[in-house]
Structure formats: structure tokens, C-alpha cells
Design a protein around this ligand. Structure first.
Ligand SMILES: Cc1cc2nc3c(=O)[nH]c(=O)nc-3n(C[C@H](O)[C@H](O)[C@H](O)COP(=O)(O)O)c2cc1C
Length: 216
């Protein structure tokens, strides 16, 4: 089959697009409003932009009435946020914090999440999340959408917390222990439950890779 996205003529019951860029990791973002109200929300349109220096980007739609989501407004106002890693174990809490509630509601309380202070930024971290990245706002860009613009928010990661228990004896992150949660299309999710390693091809690349297995 083929369909044109402007016509949306796929003939399927549900739009397949969100099931194509999958799985999407979830940035579970904590931020503070300018008056200090805590906000926690998940964003699966999320990835890293670069690793030198480490930068991340997430995309947020508008609320549809011209208002930005609280996370975007908070970051534009205060220039700081924390990306907490979402995991299989925390899946219910992730979903609870994804509710559209008004800005005065502290979603961490709603989901029963304990927060712990960050070191370099004001927004606190989700204590049970195994990895948290402290970020400062770098830049934003908007792209037009039928129901309102989408905001691409780029942040520079200035500090990373990793719980000791998810670092393996080989010095690598134990991803199978962490079970990162990821978004598929529709109402579907997945978590990382298997992995395999491949060496880059070519004798020189293979030799180099053996020396630095696991790094890019
Ligand atoms: C797993 C998950 C992923 C989500 N990803 C996005 C996303 O990428 N972009 C977006 O605009 N909203 C996304 N949402 C919806 C927001 O989390 C939701 O609108 C939330 O209420 C925004 O909160 P805020 O207004 O406190 O920032 C997602 C929700 C869930 C549960």
C-alpha cells in the first residue's frame, strides 16, 4: 500500500504513522514553573541530538487552544529540566503523569512519586528512576501542525545520575535490568528485554571495536 500523508488516504482504521518511528524512548520530564510548582510529564517524541556535548530533544504539541503544555512553558520560563528514564517497573506512574491536568496540579503527588534534589538544576529528580539527566535549555523551534504548533525543545545535558545497581561488573549499563520503557503506536508500549551485539564490518573496524566494545 501507499498513502499520501496530506490526504491521509491509508484506508486503515487508525493512522499508522505513530507505529512507524518505533520504539520511541520516553523522556519523563520534571520541571518547575516560575512560581515553583513541580510538573512531571512523559514525552515519547524524544531522542539524543549529539553526545559531544550531550544534547537531547523532545517535541510537544500545543494544547490546541493556543496554550503550550506546562513542561514547555516551564522550560521556556526557567531554562532547566530533568529527563528521568522511564522503565517497565514505573509504567503505571508514567501513564498517570501523562494526564492533561491544570498547571497547579503536581503530577508527582498524583502518581505517588518521591522526588529527590538535583545537583546542578532546580527541578528535582524522580527518586525511583534509575537514570536522570539534568538539563539546561539550549534552543527551541516550532513546526506547524493542524491543531497548533509543535515545539521542539533542545536541552544540553549537564549532569547524569546513574544508580549503582544498574551498572554491571563489565562497567556497562545493565539495560536488561533497567528495562527502559518505550512507546509504540496506538496504546501500545514495549520495554527492552533482549539485546545483541554486532561488530562493525572490516578488519580494522572489528579490531578497533573489540577495544571499545559498547561505545560509539
Ligand atoms: C507515554 C506517553 C508519551 C507521550 N508523549 C508525548 C509527546 O511526545 N508529545 C506530546 O506533546 N505529548 C505527549 N504525551 C502527552 C503528555 O504527556 C501530556 O499531554 C501531559 O499532560 C503534558 O503535561 P504537561 O502539560 O504537564 O507538560 C505523552 C503521554 C504519554 C503517556
Amino acid at each position: 500500500m501507499f498513502y499520501e500523508t496530506d490526504k491521509n488516504d491509508h484506508g486503515l482504521r487508525y493512522n499508522p504513522f505513530k507505529s512507524i518511528c518505533v520504539p520511541r524512548p520516553i523522556a519523563w520530564i520534571s520541571s518547575l514553573s516560575k512560581t515553583g510548582v513541580l510538573n512531571v510529564a512523559p514525552f515519547s517524541q524524544f531522542t539524543n541530538v549529539s553526545y559531544d556535548p550531550p544534547m537531547v530533544v523532545f517535541s510537544s504539541s500545543d494544547r490546541g487552544n493556543g496554550n503550550q503544555k506546562d513542561t514547555v512553558q516551564n522550560i521556556l520560563d526557567t531554562k532547566e529540566f530533568v529527563v528521568n528514564m522511564a522503565t517497565w517497573e514505573l509504567r503505571d506512574e508514567v501513564e498517570i503523569t501523562g494526564q492533561d491536568v491544570n498547571p497547579e496540579v503536581d503530577e508527582a503527588k498524583l502518581a505517588g512519586l518521591e522526588m529527590t534534589p538535583s545537583q546542578l538544576v532546580k527541578p528535582p529528580r524522580i527518586a525511583r528512576s534509575p537514570i536522570q539527566m539534568e538539563c539546561v535549555f539550549y534552543s527551541s523551534m516550532t513546526v506547524p501542525g493542524k491543531k497548533g504548533p509543535h515545539h521542539l525543545m533542545v536541552g544540553r545535558v549537564i549532569g547524569v545520575h546513574i544508580k549503582d545497581e544498574v551498572i554491571g561488573a563489565d562497567g556497562k549499563l545493565d539495560i536488561l535490568k533497567i528495562r527502559p520503557l518505550a512507546r509504540l503506536g496506538y496504546l501500545d508500549y514495549t520495554s527492552v528485554e533482549s539485546l545483541f551485539t554486532m561488530l562493525p564490518k572490516g578488519p580494522e573496524a572489528e579490531a578497533a571495536a573489540r577495544g571499545r566494545a559498547g561505545q560509539t
